[in-house]
Design a protein. Structure first.
Length: 139
């Protein structure tokens, strides 16, 4: 005899059997990930997290010019166990508050951009073409 919890009591019956429906699969960045990351750098960790999700990292040429700053960071030990968590939330947490997750849903690629408040100001060049800091040290 099959005993079902009360939550399934309203499901339709078919020839004495209850028809159970599966929960819908979350699309895109809402899909749930659950894994242990082994990578040593953030770039390696991102590739592990995205593996099997249908998403890939955007090509570096199409990403924020400062993306290397994020990719070269050591992977945080406190974030090695992921999930169950939405893919987008896991990526945002790993990148941290200075980075904005960017999705290309057509090509199923993701990347990050430095938020304006954290962006480095452009280097000021002196008349010799050297940065202002270099000019001051030379004097």
């Amino acid at each position: 005899m099959l005993v079902l919890p009360a939550s399934h009591a309203t499901e339709p019956l078919y020839r004495g059997y209850t028809i159970l429906t599966e929960a819908p699969i979350a699309p895109g960045l809402d899909q749930t990930v659950y894994l242990r990351v082994r990578g040593q750098k953030v770039l390696e960790g991102l590739r592990e997290i995205l593996h099997g999700t249908g998403y890939r990292l955007a090509d570096p040429a199409a990403a924020d010019p400062e993306i290397g700053r994020l990719y070269d960071q050591p992977y945080p030990d406190g974030q090695r166990e992921i999930g169950p968590r939405a893919l987008g939330a896991a990526l945002e947490r790993l990148a941290g508050p200075a980075w904005q997750l960017v999705e290309d849903p057509v090509n199923r690629r993701v990347s990050f951009e430095v938020k304006a408040a954290y962006r480095s100001p452009p280097a000021v060049r002196g008349p010799t073409g050297l940065t202002a800091d270099w000019d001051r040290r030379d004097r």
